[in-house]
Design a protein around this ligand. Structure first.
Ligand code: ADP
Ligand code: S3P
Length: 167
């Protein structure tokens, strides 16, 4: 089996965790969610980390998790937080970078109030839309493969499997 990781990037709600789980099942690789790694290491939910220590502190934890993954994780599916491509310059050091591209309007349809409550940077929709506009270019720059995430989960996963012919 190829040892390169698959690194899923994209805005909050684009489907990174859902796609990662199904891709893991279909490819027989393990799945790591960077947000969950941070939450378990800190013993706190992301929203509590933001509330208690602030965003800058969270970004440092993200950078640290990225360094660890680049050094220690092989052959896995990794889902990143939506802001990781901004603070980790070379995500390619971790693995093949796959961008889940979805228009903001579709993201809004997918994100329920409960999903929004878990995401400190999605409390205000106008601010989230501005973040989305600022970040799209960065996702494009970091991506080696872009997939249209505006399809059923199975289709998105099959497109990744097709485009990453080494998994
Ligand atoms: N392809 C899809 N079609 C429809 N709903 C989806 C799809 N992918 C994810 N979702 C739903 O969208 C929401 C956000 O997905 P999630 O995987 O948590 O996104 P992310 O990890 O990028 O923040 C969840 O409710 C999930 O069930
Ligand atoms: O876009 C962001 O800056 C963030 C996205 C979140 O992850 P998801 O993309 O999985 O929602 C999480 O890392 C944190 O709330 C910050």
């Amino acid at each position: 089996m190829c040892s390169e990781n698959i690194v899923l990037i994209g805005f909050m709600g684009s489907g990174k965790s859902s796609v990662g789980r199904l891709l893991s099942k279909k490819s027989g690789r393990y799945f790591l969610d960077a947000d969950t790694l941070i939450e378990s290491a800190q013993g706190k939910a992301i929203s509590s980390i933001f509330e208690k220590y602030g965003e800058e502190y969270f970004r440092e934890l993200e950078k640290e998790s990225a360094r660890w993954m680049a050094e220690c994780v092989k052959g896995s599916i990794i889902s990143t937080g939506g802001g990781m491509p901004l603070v980790v310059e070379r995500l390619h050091d971790i693995g093949k970078v796959v961008y889940l591209k979805l228009p903001f309007e579709k993201i809004l349809e997918r994100i329920s109030p409960e999903e929004r409550a878990k995401r400190p940077l999605f409390q205000d929709i106008e601010k989230a839309k501005n973040l989305f506009n600022l970040r799209e270019k960065i996702y494009e720059e970091q991506a080696q493969i872009t997939v249209n995430a505006n399809h059923p989960l199975e289709t998105v996963v099959d497109e990744i499997l097709l485009k990453c012919d080494d998994i």
